[in-house]
Design a protein around this ligand. Structure first.
Ligand code: HEC
Length: 135
C-alpha cells in the first residue's frame, strides 16, 4: 500500500489540508531509532530474536510478519498504539510514547481515505516497520 503521511496544518482554520506536503521518510533515521530502542528485544533484523528476548513471556514479536499475521494488511494504527503504549492490557513491552512523541503532528492514512493525527516520530517508526514486512 502506498500510504500517505502528510504534515498536518493544524493552525486555526486550516482544517485538514488536502494538499499538505508529504513527510519524506528518512529511513536511516528510523533504522537508527530501531537499533537504539527496539533491537534489544526484537533483534537487529526485527525477527524477534534480540539478546533480551530469551525467556520473555510473551516473546517479542517478529516485526517482519505483522502484515502476514493480519491477513496481508499492515495495521498501522494498532502498531502505533503498541509502540506508544496507548494499547491497554497486560504487556511485556515497555512504552515508547515519551521517546517518540514530539511537537510535530502528521496525518497518517490509517485506512484508505481515512486520516488520523499522530506524532511524527511515532508515525515514522510505524512506517519504517511497514517497510520491513515480508510475505
Ligand atoms: C523489553 C523488550 C522490548 C522492547 C525494547 C521493544 N519491544 Fe516491541 N514487543 C515486545 C514484546 C514482548 C511484544 C509482544 C507482547 C506484548 O505485546 O507485550 C512486543 C510487540 C511489539 C509489536 C506488536 C506486534 C504485533 O504483531 O502485534 C510491535 C509493533 C512492537 N513490539 C514494536 C516495537 C518497537 C517499534 C520498539 C522500539 C521502539 C519495540 N517494540 C521495543 C518487547 C519489546
Amino acid at each position: 500500500m502506498n500510504r500517505t503521511i502528510a504534515v498536518a496544518a493544524l493552525a486555526a482554520g486550516a482544517g485538514l489540508t488536502a494538499c499538505a506536503p508529504q513527510v519524506p521518510v528518512t529511513r536511516g533515521q528510523y533504522a537508527q531509532y530501531f537499533q537504539e530502542f527496539c533491537a534489544g528485544c526484537h533483534g537487529a533484523t526485527a525477527r524477534g530474536d534480540g539478546p533480551g528476548a530469551a525467556g520473555m513471556v510473551p516473546p517479542p514479536a517478529d516485526l517482519t510478519q505483522i502484515s502476514a499475521r493480519n491477513g496481508g494488511t499492515f495495521p498501522i494504527e494498532k502498531v502505533m498504539s503498541q509502540i506508544d503504549g496507548y494499547r491497554s492490557g497486560p504487556r511485556a513491552m515497555p512504552e515508547f510514547g515519551s521517546y517518540l512523541v514530539d511537537d510535530r503532528t502528521v496525518m497518517v492514512e490509517t485506512e484508505p481515505g481515512v486520516f488520523t493525527p499522530a506524532p511524527e516520530r511515532l508515525a515514522g517508526m510505524a512506517q519504517y516497520l511497514e517497510s520491513l514486512q515480508r510475505p
